[in-house]
Write a protein of this length. Structure first.
Length: 273
């Protein structure tokens, strides 16, 4: 049986990168979060069929995550991830793209937009990191994950407001994904305790965020226990051409918990003049 998490392969700056390429239209790169066992497919599977009706959806497994190659000796940090993302866009021969960043991916979206403004058309920041905030209990648990079914189940309960979305089957799938060779070793090396420093390391200077000219759609779940919605309020205050949409009865998984409304928001935003 084929694995839906594996799409296509491309050499992005020497990194053999797994990615999904669906639909036609304006190239739109979806950047996943940093949860254990995460992949582009697990993060964005409900968005692919809808967004791909109007835009070309490109969703890579970022370096250190999913099925993308993990070369020995890689230093996982914002500079490395921004380089991998830009190398991925270059490898596809694209000049400008939309960027959609979830959580960790939001921090990466902000940093890439600041450093390479000519390469970015529009941005979507969903439950985004990228500004400084006090470490939450939820994020501390997620970044400190050690593999067990019980830990994965607890982590997914922290992510979702609606517990009906968190089945034992989903927890088992993500748990098994976190057990694949090299996955936990890479993950444990990214955000070791004390973890406040990694929040700060993913943050872009506020004066640089305030200079972003790309139109920005900012989305957050009010009940998010991983990253506080005050992050998105701050980003809305900073980014000149921004709009903010907050979902009630929603945790850290806007794109899953409110998939229909999330996808419609993005397509409307991408279709604006």
């Amino acid at each position: 049986m084929s694995n839906p998490e594996i799409g296509k392969w491309i050499n992005a700056g020497g990194i053999n990168t797994n990615y999904h390429d669906v639909g036609e239209g304006y190239p739109t790169v979806l950047i996943h979060g940093s949860g254990p066992g995460v992949s582009a497919f697990s993060n964005w599977r409900l968005a692919f069929p809808v967004l791909s009706q109007k835009v070309r959806v490109l969703a890579p497994d970022m370096l250190g995550f999913g099925y993308t190659e993990r070369p020995a000796g890689v230093q996982y940090n914002l500079d490395t991830w921004v380089k991998h993302l830009v190398d991925f866009i270059d490898a596809l021969g694209l000049e400008r793209v939309n960027l959609v960043g979830n959580s960790f991916g939001g921090a990466l979206t902000l940093a890439t937009t600041i450093r390479h403004p000519a390469r970015v058309n529009r941005i979507v920041l969903m439950g985004a990191a990228g500004v400084k905030f006090p470490l939450t209990e939820g994020l501390d648990f997620a970044w400190g994950y050690t593999p067990s079914f019980e830990n994965m189940r607890k982590m997914l309960d922290l992510f979702a407001y609606d517990r009906n979305l968190v089945s034992d089957d989903l927890a088992r799938l993500r748990y098994e994904a976190s057990l694949r060779e090299g996955v936990q070793e890479a993950y444990a090396s990214m955000f070791p305790a004390p973890r406040q420093r990694w929040i700060d390391a993913l943050a872009s200077p506020e004066e640089d965020i305030a200079k972003i000219q790309a139109p920005a759609l900012i989305i957050h779940g009010r009940e998010d226990r991983i990253l506080p919605y005050s992050n998105s309020v701050r980003l809305f205050e900073l980014i000149p051409n921004s709009q903010l949409h907050m979902f009630g009865k929603c945790g850290h998984w806007t794109q899953i918990e409110h998939a229909g409304r999330f996808n419609k928001l993005l397509l409307d935003f991408f279709g604006e003049d």
